[in-house]
Design a protein around this ligand. Structure first.
Ligand SMILES: C[S@@+](CC[C@H](N)C(=O)[O-])C[C@H]1O[C@@H](n2cnc3c(N)ncnc32)[C@H](O)[C@@H]1O
Length: 235
């Protein structure tokens, strides 16, 4: 593991702890080894939601798998009025997210739309009428073992409505020709192709409705040159 990783040397500590078992993430949360936690809403998410180029519905249901402390989960409910579920396998992460939610002192109507749940994304099920209008993935795809990516694709396909949007904020986005892509991420890496192949293999038709590499000056420091945000519509 290189020591010049954009998220710092704690990414090495993180890799030493994580196993294929999602519960290993709870150890990271308990030990406060959370180098990915930026402490704020991701600027590219704001840009895509507020930019007006994608006609996101107001209201409906949104899901944020691997939500961590939930900055973006809270933001989506505030910006779009969605009933938003932040899902995380770590009970400690969910406690941290609920603490953040309490500390935000939101209007009770908005606060009532935000729910943090401790659950394994790969075992998560909803009834047909509970499918999501919007799913947002930021550093969840790169958190799971690459061998589980096809399962990620089929889960996204089964949880989203036809006509629903998927926002993938790819970080760290690496060129597909990177000879050592798995050394790049927290703990893994992503690029456009890695999402595209498993989304399409997961059973659905997906249209790319927005694809942006944000300007560096708009990004948090560790993200400069390493973000790409793509909005997909399930057709
Ligand atoms: C790299 S962190 C990103 C957190 C958040 N998206 C953020 O950027 O602050 C990945 C998160 O996914 C959670 N996670 C890992 N495997 C999971 C699974 N199978 N189901 C749900 N959450 C999982 C971890 O507990 C961790 O909080």
């Amino acid at each position: 593991m290189s020591t010049d990783h954009p998220l710092g040397t704690r990414v090495g500590d993180m890799r030493a702890i994580i196993t294929e078992d999602p519960q290993s993430w709870d150890i990271l949360w308990k030990q406060k080894v959370t180098p990915w936690d930026s402490g704020e809403i991701q600027p590219p998410l704001r840009q895509v939601v507020e930019g007006g180029n994608v006609p996101f519905a107001k209201g409906g249901r949104a899901l944020v798998p691997g939500c961590g402390r939930g900055y973006d989960t809270i933001y989506l409910a505030l910006a779009l009025g969605t009933d938003t579920i932040g899902l995380d396998a770590s009970v400690t992460a969910v406690e941290a997210a609920n603490e953040l939610l309490q500390s935000e002192l939101l209007n009770p109507d908005v606060a009532s739309k935000i729910h943090f749940e401790a659950a394994d994304f790969f075992k998560y099920e909803v009834p047909e009428d509970g499918k999501f209008d919007l799913i947002y993935d930021y550093t969840f795809f790169v958190a799971i073992p690459p061998s589980k990516r096809p399962l990620w694709g089929s889960q996204i396909n089964s949880l989203i409505k036809t006509g629903g949007y998927l926002i993938t904020l790819m970080f760290p986005h690496v060129p597909s020709h990177d000879p050592q892509p798995y050394t790049a991420g927290p703990p893994f890496y992503s690029n456009f192709t890695s999402y595209e192949e498993v989304l399409r293999a997961g059973g659905g038709e997906w249209q790319v409705v927005s694809d942006k590499i944000p300007d560096d000056h708009t990004l948090l420091d560790p993200h400069k040159g390493k973000d790409r945000i793509v909005v997909w519509k399930k057709t």
